[in-house]
Design a protein around this ligand. Sequence first.
Ligand code: ADP
Ligand code: MG
Ligand code: MG
Length: 470
Amino acid sequence: IKDVLMDNDLIKDLVDVAKDSALLNGVLMRTKETPNSSEVVTYAPFTLFPSPVPKDTFHQALAVQTHYNRLVDKISQDSSFLEEALATTIKVDDFTGRLFNIYRHVLQEGKIQSIVLGLNRSDYMLDQNGDGSASLKQIEINTIAASFGGLASHTPNVHRHILKVAGRLEDSKRILDNNPSAGLAKGLAKAWELYGSERAVVLYLVEELQRNIFDHRYVENELWKRNIPVIRRQFEDVAKTGFLDQDKRLFVDGREVAIVYFRNGYMPQNYTEQNWEARLMMERSMAVKCPDISTHLAGTKKVQQELARPGVLERFFPGEPDVVDQIRATFAGLYTLDMGPEGDKTVAMALAKPDQFVLKPQREGGGNNLYGAEICQVLEGVKQSTERMAYILMDKVQPRPVHNYLLRLGTPLKLSTCLSELGVFGAYVRHGQDMVLNECAGHLLRTKSDEHSDGGVAAGVAVLDNPLLV
Ligand code: ADP
Ligand code: MG
Ligand code: MG
């Protein structure tokens, strides 16, 4: 394989084949120049070759997903846990604070919708152990707008084809099937059926710039196949035309909304005052929210850190020590930066060995975390003040690098040293007290050059990949 990677003529031919295959298989993205038009589109960024992932850790990640679904769902129902876990964060982080205000508002008014739909993605990296083995470590869980399930359903055929053309037929046969589109759509469809109105629509709440629309469309089309109507609207549309009737049913553009599927609304830049109002209205409504505000908060980095405290998982899974063990086995070291001796210890530890940690604010979408020297700069500035409570500290996971070519429009071709991140999609539906659906909905492998500390496909760093189990 090393020789192949160094054979420039062969690689150039394969890259041409690869790009055409991506287009033929619908691994697509709109361009930066025309993000709201499909007149001219390009391939979504992807690796030339699939990346090795150890079989046991891959299956471990799939197997723990239904437990993570239950965990997120339990957290979302535990108001005293959420209050305590986020108490310090919301004092200093305005964005989380505003989300929390909506949460309190809805709690006080009383939730009127007993259907809960969760579509999440739990992300992992494989930490190298001294003995050459690797341990599955969770990076984070995304409970809002977890993306690339649509495109990931179509990348396996691309890599199968590339491997065949490269003369690796046996490897080609080992590329796994993957269909998160179907799994995510199944969750949406179940919640829509339970809502129980044929005319009511699934509203995709989308961004202004829609480069990644094809990823959405795959799931959307699964719904249309089931005769479930879908509309795509922005916060502004909801603000302008949305209202609640006397039963708090949500109407947007004259259509009753069964489900609001948030593919936007996870970062501060998504919100004007008007958009905050619209979010509140949707949360107060009878529509099923994916995610609802409490599930959104359950996905914060601060909650992740609090879960790693001794005894916390036991609280959520009394009498289920196996579940606790399976989840906890995936935790990396997570440390509080709250005021007090524990937080002081975290500061000292981070400043002493900044390269061993990641400093994380309560943000999503990639590009927000701090590494190495930046950790020292930021911590020196905030270590004496409550500002530090906006962050958590995490052990840096150190995966084993592999070589690959990252194919991205406008980026010159070069051999990169790469790190991969494995995502696992979860889908669940709860109706009152009954979990009526709880499934692992597929996987996503993303790979980036090791020149980048942070990740994210939308952030322009990571690209789509497939695991080749080893
Ligand atoms: P976001 O919600 O912005 O995606 P993440 O926690 O996933 O935040 O961090 C973004 C990226 O930073 C990840 O995709 C990964 O590449 C890198 N990263 C985050 N946490 C760690 C960690 N503990 N060890 C190594 N890399 C990390
Ligand atoms: Mg995230
Ligand atoms: Mg992430």
